[in-house]
Design a protein around this ligand. Structure first.
Ligand code: G6P
Length: 581
């Protein structure tokens, strides 16, 4: 949800080869518009994506630059709403990730301020100019004042023409800093996440809320919002840069789907090695709690439903809730252990309720893919998904590892499952179902609606597969509990309506649902683990079936997206890391 990058280097760096190269690596956070500014005050920006922008800009060598890739919140997709923004004189330049909720109040504090854009961000530059130039505050005093008066979420990078330093402010939105020795004689890089610089370094500092940094080319200092010095320690991380390249694949989605035998194996091996202790500690927290509540969004929510399914089988009281509705639908008390599941670890809909409940619950377990992400840093105990960087907006390999991580925990609590066979069966499934997925994609690519039915552990997969048809293929799809069909949705089934039925074993209720839709003329596609379906996945228990059935949904949605010639990795209106609430 917007990516920001800033570089402050000892020798000049190139905005094309360095700044925008790093920005490109954050483009999955939003791709509505792009822009870059130099310390000398040159701002170039445009609606659209990074690659075409890079091809047309004038390259500059500079010691200070900031850049931004946008997911539009306030104001449409246009050049004028693109970042960086400056004050009317062009002296103060900013990039911002987040939402300034009281932008109108800030504007009222700046006499004569007439923003050109419709954004909540432009006023930040005007605010700093006013406080520093008109009111005579130092930059530090102005920053502290900004923290006092501003409401909302923000990671802001600020440059002032003629000042060789860069200023970074953070509250609620993520911000990391790294030293990159090989860049222009040595440089500091500030970025929304480690992906920006993970090909250059394996160590970074992560900002706490209500802190700011003053960064010079060779040193930086960090302060709390009141100006007191604030200690930040470096953390090392492993985040492969190879994963950011397509290699021989046409899209990241297919590359990431095909990586799953390896990524699943990596996670399972870690349960025996580096993550053995965290896994035991995590499971111990679950054992002690009176109830368990999962908190997550989107695809990660579907993984949490599988978690709740397995825990309920083990007689644990487990609930799931979509994080944005947390306060309306669930209660948390001192005996509740909360589990947050998130690929990015930065989803604001998850972070906001977590911050509210963290002191009142029995602890927070985090299951995240991005190391040192905000959700992981808030947690009492955590597991890394080890799926590697996921670039396609729609989650596939991270999702599968979320389910496997939950299976690992469930196994420690007594769930009967042989995890060791999963990577091999993933590999076999992908190979076996590829031809039928291509064939079905041809058949379904001109459809406007698809229904997916499941029960038990297959119900979350029905939702997940339907979500993929929506986000990747722009097909209206509904993934539902098969039992609910007859209470309304059956009215929509006509001759030829495609209905995917996920049927593990010989689930009688599912077979009834299949017959009910077929009696109304539906074109059913049965996914089975007994060899009786049109699509057949390896024999497995119900929870495990969910993984293989989902591979089918992911692969089918991919091939439909190809047939419809859609921008598979960057679907319209979406972003991978949703860091606004
Ligand atoms: C966005 C992404 C989805 C993802 C969801 C939750 O909507 O497009 O793919 O499932 O956020 O993200 P998280 O990082 O918390 O798993």
């Amino acid at each position: 949800m917007c990516g920001i990058v800033g570089i402050l280097s000892e020798q000049p760096h190139s905005i094309r080869s360095n700044t925008l190269h790093m920005l490109k690596r954050l483009e999955y956070r939003g791709y509505d518009s792009v822009g870059v500014a130099t310390l000398e005050g040159d701002i170039q920006k445009e609606a659209g994506q990074v690659d075409p922008f890079v091809a047309t800009i004038t390259d500059y060598e500079t010691c200070g630059s900031i850049a931004h890739t946008r997911w539009a919140t306030h104001g449409g997709v246009s050049r004028v709403n693109s970042h960086p923004h400056s004050d009317a004189t062009g002296e103060f330049m900013i990039v911002h990730n987040g939402i300034i909720e009281n932008a109108d109040e800030l504007q009222a504090m700046v006499p004569g301020c007439r923003p050109l854009s419709e954004t909540d961000s432009e006023v930040i530059a005007a605010f700093f100019r006013h406080r520093v130039v008109e009111d005579g505050l130092s930059m530090e005093e102005a920053i502290q004042d900004f923290f006092r008066v501003t409401e909302g979420t923000y990671a802001v990078l600020l440059m002032r023409k003629g000042d060789e330093r860069m200023y970074a402010l953070k509250h609620n939105s993520p911000l990391a800093l790294a030293r990159v020795g090989g860049l222009a004689g040595g440089a500091f890089v500030l970025a929304s996440d480690i992906s920006a610089f993970s090909d250059e370094t394996g160590e970074a500092y992560f900002f706490d809320d209500m802190t700011y940094a003053i960064v010079a080319p060779d040193a930086f200092e960090v302060f709390g919002a009141d100006g007191a010095a604030h200690a930040m320690v470096p953390h090392s991380f492993e985040w492969s840069s190879e994963e950011a390249t397509l290699e021989e694949h046409p899209h990241f989605m297919i590359k990431e789907i095909l990586e799953q035998p390896q990524t699943a194996l990596r996670l399972l091996e870690s349960f025996r090695t580096i993550q053995s202790e965290p896994l035991t500690a995590f499971a111990a927290h679950m054992k002690r709690a009176r109830r368990i509540v999962f908190l997550s969004c989107g695809t990660s929510y579907h993984a949490s439903l599988i978690g709740a399914f397995m825990l309920n089988q083990l007689n644990y009281e487990a609930h799931t809730v979509i994080a944005s509705e947390f306060e309306n639908f669930i209660l948390v008390d001192a005996s509740t252990f909360v589990i947050a599941i998130s690929q990015s670890g930065e989803t604001m809909d998850v972070i906001l309720p977590l911050k509210q409940i963290i002191d009142d619950c029995a602890g927070l377990g985090a299951i995240v893919n991005v190391p040192h992400s905000t959700i992981q840093r808030l947690s009492t105990v955590s597991l890394d998904l080890l799926a590697g960087q996921e670039i396609c907006v729609a989650s596939t390999k991270a999702f599968t590892n979320q389910v496997i991580a939950l299976m690992g925990l469930a196994e420690r609590l007594g769930f009967d499952i042989d995890l060791s066979v999963i990577p091999g069966k993933i590999s076999q499934t992908l190979e076996d179902i590829d031809p039928i997925c291509k064939h079905l994609a041809d058949e379904l690519s001109d459809r406007n609606e698809i229904y997916v039915l499941g029960r038990g552990a297959a119900y979350p997969m029905a939702r997940e597969i339907a979500l993929k048809f929506k986000e990747i293929d722009y097909i209206h799809a509904e993934g539902m509990m098969a039992g609910e069909l007859k209470h309304g949705t059956l009215a929509l089934i006509e001759d030829g309506t495609p209905v995917i039925c996920l049927i593990p074993g010989s689930d009688r209720s599912m077979l009834s649902s299949q017959r009910e839709v077929e009696a109304r003329g539906a074109r059913t596609i049965v996914v089975s683990n007994t060899g009786e379906g049109e699509v057949n996945v390896p024999p497995s228990g119900n929870a495990e079936f969910a993984i293989y059935a989902c591979l089918f949904g992911h692969l089918l949605s991919y091939y439909i997206g190809v047939a419809r010639d859609l921008p598979i990795d960057k679907p319209r209106n979406l972003a991978k890391s949703v860091t606004v609430g």
